[in-house]
Design a protein around this ligand. Structure first.
Ligand code: SF4
Length: 326
């Protein structure tokens, strides 16, 4: 079996983007150049997503993450979670959210069987948070307390590193996570968003942040896996907090353990975030669901899955991150 085959055989994790239009116009759902990348009918229905999940399970996918834009702007996400959890062969369902709507949905999501939640938190200063996201910090903090109170098994905070924008927030974010026994992950900016276009001036590498933290504390590598992604986890001794580093650009081994594919909200199967290849699954989902063709489309996309991203090759995203799915 070639290394490509074994690489592709290890793919068991599908990230499913669900989003919708909302009226709050924060920058998560409405990046500056958001032009309504799709009409409602372009978006996959939950029935179509569940059919795609069922076929993917036959091909070895076992773990699923619901992402966006912002997934909780779409009505009925707890029902979708329940539907995926109840699909035979599914091992886990997790969610990534900006938590602006989480407080009111935490209990139904927990009841539906959600196994973990990642929450975007780029700053703790309300003014700075608004400058970066266009959203308000209050509801986000309420959402975090709501999932903590419900005892969600795995809660992670995700901070996208932005030089000269949230560098000075790192200490406060570490304390916030330590006080709540949450995992804090530092994510390098990738050239996949129009909300914050990657430039030398705003790029802050995960490697640099780790070096800075190692000057003040001891970072003990965490051996046990804390997720399916490429994050590298460490326990900070003095601060008593677990941190993760996600360095798509500075970490040359970033893609070696890649185990995922993405399903965009408008039904495109994407083998890699950092590659423009997509396969439109809607012809196999409409007007009726053609499982055999869906299966062939999955296998064909898997066969073409690149071994790594093209971010270092002057990569230009052809669609907004909201369309691609985090
Ligand atoms: S950039 Fe592509 S190959 Fe690398 S980890 Fe992400 S999806 Fe996998």
């Amino acid at each position: 079996m070639s290394c490509q085959d074994s690489f592709r055989r290890s793919v068991h994790y599908l990230r499913i983007s669900v989003t919708d239009r909302c009226n709050e116009r924060c920058l998560y759902c409405f990046p500056r150049d958001f032009a309504g990348w799709s009409e409602k009918e372009d978006l996959l229905s939950y029935e179509e997503i569940l059919a795609t999940v069922a076929v993917s399970v036959e091909l070895g996918f076992t773990d699923f993450r619901i992402t966006g834009g912002e997934p909780l702007v779409r009505p009925g996400v707890p029902d979708l979670v329940r539907g995926i959890v109840r699909t035979p062969g599914v091992r886990s369902v997790r969610l990534s959210t900006n938590a602006t709507r989480l407080a009111g949905l935490a209990a139904p999501l927990r009841e539906a069987g959600l196994a973990g939640i990642n929450i975007s938190l780029d700053a703790l200063d309300p003014k700075r948070y608004y400058e970066i996201t266009g959203g308000h910090l209050g509801p986000v903090l309420e959402g975090i307390e709501a999932v903590r109170a419900l005892g969600f098994p795995r809660i992670k905070l995700n901070t996208v590193l932005l030089r000269h924008r949230n560098e000075d927030q790192i200490g406060a974010l570490l304390d916030f996570a330590a006080q709540r026994d949450l995992i804090l992950r530092f994510i390098e900016l990738m050239p996949v968003t129009s909300r914050e276009v990657l430039r030398p001036e705003n790029f802050l590498s995960a490697a640099e942040v780790r070096r800075n933290l190692e000057r003040e504390d001891r970072l003990e590598p965490v051996e046990q896996p804390l997720g399916f992604g490429p994050a590298r986890y460490f326990r900070m001794e003095k601060r008593r907090v677990t941190v993760g580093f996600i360095g798509a650009l500075s970490d040359l081994h970033f893609c070696e353990q890649c185990n995922k594919m993405r399903l965009t909200a408008d039904g495109r199967l994407r083998p890699c975030l950092g590659n423009q290849m997509e396969v439109d699954l809607r012809p196999y989902l409409r007007p009726t669901i053609d499982r055999e063709s869906l299966r062939e489309a999955f296998l064909d996309t898997l066969r073409k899955k690149p071994l790594e991203h093209s971010f270092r090759d002057y990569y230009e995203p052809e669609r907004t991150m909201t369309a691609l799915g985090g």
